[in-house]
Design a protein around this ligand. Structure first.
Ligand SMILES: Cc1ncc(COP(=O)(O)O)c(C=O)c1O
Length: 421
């Protein structure tokens, strides 16, 4: 690195350290997030750095967003190039990037047509509206959507109503009508809950926020068969499990089925905000005026999406997610055998979790930070790992070493010793 570059980096570091980011946040930002006590300022590949210059191995990836890692050259170049050419145009006009990204998704999904939004919740909102239109046109006005207990579909009012976790709903009553939940992996419960009002079933084939629970193959295939038999719409929420995370582009490919409507977001543009709602022909019912968005399908987000999908293909990242995911699984199995307060490793590809006893998951996350490892606890008893798909076996070796050190430190804590006795 040139002397000038080193000097300017040192200067930037000093400027970053001069401000108290935590205090400033408290003063100027609403208190919606329970944050870890670090301020991240830079990322490269599987690494991020905080405002003090400390490096972390990132096993969170912006919660399954940075599928190519941080600042992948393909995404950086695509955004840089696009930002000098065309930043935004209204959806009143055709835009080449939007159409090209839809074409790539059409090829991946074997012919589905896309609608782009800005987030996952918005993509699900679009899917809900589309399913209700199907109900009006083809099921005598049926409108009810059945989703799964322990699911997560977003934080807008309708997607909160679809989310099968009471804690996300309680404060916002009355939440929108027309949603019902049944236990995940219980086909009979779904059949029993189906009525003339039912129009659709909304499911994550692998539950993410709920703690990384892959659906049983019989359940997922049974869902498809039930929807076919009853003329219901099957909506696959691929927002967390899609984009190659499970070793397949869409997680439902692991089950040999295909939903009628599919939602994507998170990893779709490698870190640039985007959502997508894809539909098969049977449910392709929106006509002009039914739905819309100002920013959705924006040229920058779509350029980043094109770069992301192309790079996933060029670098064979689906295969990498399977291979490195299996390797990570073997390491997690060994750590679970070594430490008595973690068990039940589960997941698929690079979407993994372990159960943690004594509510220790947040303690492990905090200790891991000390070690230079980013982990996530979705609940006090669940440690989740959803790293970039470019993760290598060498990264896994390092993550294993850091996690082992973390668990040893947690194991020695007086509170843990006490909980054990
Ligand atoms: C499965 C699933 N659906 C929907 C969402 C909501 O996406 P967003 O936060 O982009 O609105 C998430 C976010 O975690 C998710 O994991």
């Amino acid at each position: 690195m040139s002397t000038n570059k080193i000097q300017s980096q040192a200067q930037m570091q000093m400027q970053l350290q001069q401000r108290d980011w935590v205090a400033l946040e408290q003063q100027y930002y609403q208190g919606t997030f329970k944050r870890q006590p670090i301020t991240l300022v830079r990322g490269q590949g599987t690494r991020v750095w905080d405002s003090n210059g400390k490096e972390y191995l990132d096993m969170v990836a912006g919660i399954a967003v940075n599928v190519l890692g941080h600042c992948h050259p393909a995404v950086v170049e695509a955004v840089q190039q696009q930002v000098t050419q065309l930043v935004h145009v209204s959806n009143l006009y055709y835009n080449t990037r939007q159409i090209e990204l839809a074409e790539l998704l059409g090829i991946q999904s074997n012919g589905m047509r896309s609608f782009f939004s800005n987030s996952g919740a918005e993509a699900n909102e679009g899917a809900i509206k589309l399913a209700r239109k199907f109900g009006r046109m083809h099921r005598h006005g049926a409108f009810e959507i059945i989703s799964m207990e322990n699911s997560f579909h977003g934080r807008t009012l309708a997607t909160t109503a679809a989310t099968g976790q009471a804690s996300y709903q309680a404060t916002w009553a009355p939440i929108p009508d027309g949603f019902k939940q049944v236990p995940f992996n219980d086909l009979q419960a779904l059949k029993d809950a189906t009525s003339a009002k039912t129009v659709a079933v909304l499911v994550e084939a692998v539950q993410g926020e709920g703690g990384i629970w892959p659906g049983n193959p019989e359940f997922i295939r049974g869902l498809r068969a039930w929807c076919d038999e009853q003329n219901l719409v099957l909506i696959g929420d691929e927002i967390q499990a899609g984009m190659g995370r499970t070793g397949k582009f869409f997680s439902w490919e692991n089950y040999g089925i295909r939903p009628d409507i599919v939602t994507l977001a998170k990893g779709l543009a490698g870190g640039v905000p985007i959502g997508a709602m894809l539909t098969d022909k049977r449910t392709d019912l929106f006509t002009p005026g039914d739905h819309g968005t100002t920013f959705g399908g924006n040229p920058i987000a779509c350029a980043a999406g094109i770069a992301t999908i192309t790079t996933i293909q060029e670098l064979h990242l689906l295969e990498n997610a399977s291979k490195v995911g299996d390797y990570w699984k073997s390491k997690l199995d060994a750590l679970c055998a070594k430490y008595d307060f973690i068990d039940s490793p589960r997941g698929i590809g690079l979407m993994r979790a372990v159960h943690v006893s004594h509510g220790l998951a947040p303690v492990i996350v905090a200790q891991a930070l000390e070690q230079g490892l980013l982990l996530n606890s979705v609940a006090p008893d669940t440690l989740r790992m959803i790293p970039p798909l470019v993760l290598s076996e060498k990264d896994v070796d390092e993550a294993t070493f850091l996690l082992d050190n973390t668990l040893a430190a947690v194991s020695a804590l007086p509170a843990v010793q006490e909980a054990r006795s």
